[in-house]
Design a protein. Structure first.
Length: 229
C-alpha cells in the first residue's frame, strides 16, 4: 500500500513581490523549526517567457532555474544583460553533448549523475576556465524512470569527479511523487553529511516546508511562484 503524501503548503497569491516575500517568510520559519538557516529560493522558470520573469527580477529576486539548456540559451542572455547579477541554475537532466553550453551559461548545475557527464563537464570546465557550482543528483527513491546516481554508486561518482578536477559541493534529489517525502529528504541530508558536502538542493512547491525543515540550502520553486504551467 502506498503511503499518503504530506499535506501541501498553501498556494501563494498576489503580485511577484508579495509571493516572494511570503515564500521567504514561510521557508525561513520552516528552516528555523529544524534549526537551519533559510534556504536559497531557486525560482524555476521552465516554459515561462521572459516577460513573465521580468516582474520577479524587478522585485529583486536573482536566483533562477531552468530545466533545459536550449530554452535557457533562448531567454537568459538578454535578461542577464539587463540584470547581470542573476544566478542561473540548471535543475533538469543534462546531456553530455550540452556540457560545454551548460558550463558557459549556468552558475550552478544540479544534474551530475554519471561517469560520462563527469568527463564531459571536466573537459568543458578546462576549456572555459570556469566551473559552475556542482550538485550530484541522487536517485533517492531508486526509480528507473528518473535520472540520478544510485545511492550505492554515489561514492564512486564523487571520487571520479574529484579525480577529474571537479569540485562537487552538494547533492540534489527529487523524491517519489506518490510517497511521503520526508524520509527521502532526510536520507539525502544524511548522505550529504556522510560525504562532507555542504549544499542540499531538495524540495519543490509541494514539499518545500519539509525540505527547509530538514536542512535544504536550495529549494526549487516553480508553480508556487509562477502558477500552473
Amino acid at each position: 500500500m502506498k503511503k499518503a503524501t504530506a499535506p501541501q503548503p498553501p498556494a501563494l497569491e498576489g503580485p511577484p513581490a508579495a509571493r516572494l516575500a511570503a515564500l521567504r517568510e514561510e521557508l525561513a520559519a520552516a528552516a528555523a523549526r529544524g534549526g537551519h538557516p533559510p534556504p536559497t529560493i531557486v525560482a524555476v522558470a521552465k516554459t515561462i517567457p521572459a516577460e513573465a520573469i521580468r516582474p520577479f527580477l524587478a522585485a529583486g529576486h536573482r536566483v533562477f532555474g531552468e530545466n533545459r539548456v536550449q530554452e535557457a540559451e533562448a531567454k537568459w542572455p538578454a535578461l542577464k544583460a539587463e540584470w547581470p547579477d542573476v544566478e542561473l541554475h540548471l535543475v533538469g537532466r543534462l546531456q553530455s553533448n550540452k556540457a560545454a553550453a551548460a558550463v558557459a551559461l549556468f552558475d550552478a548545475i544540479h544534474a551530475l549523475d554519471r561517469s560520462s557527464l563527469v568527463a564531459a563537464l571536466a573537459t568543458a570546465v578546462r576549456k572555459a576556465g570556469r566551473q559552475p557550482r556542482l550538485f550530484a543528483q541522487v536517485n533517492i527513491g531508486d526509480e528507473p524512470q528518473k535520472g540520478g546516481v544510485a545511492i550505492a554508486g554515489l561514492p564512486d561518482l564523487l571520487a571520479e569527479a574529484r579525480a577529474a578536477g571537479l569540485q562537487v559541493e552538494g547533492l540534489m534529489c527529487v523524491p517519489p511523487a506518490d510517497r511521503e517525502p520526508a524520509p527521502y529528504l532526510a536520507l539525502l541530508a544524511e548522505l550529504a553529511r556522510r560525504h562532507g558536502l555542504p549544499l542540499l538542493s531538495m524540495g519543490m512547491t509541494g514539499d518545500r516546508d519539509i525540505a527547509a525543515a530538514l536542512g535544504a540550502t536550495h529549494v526549487r520553486i516553480g508553480t508556487a511562484l509562477f502558477g500552473p504551467r
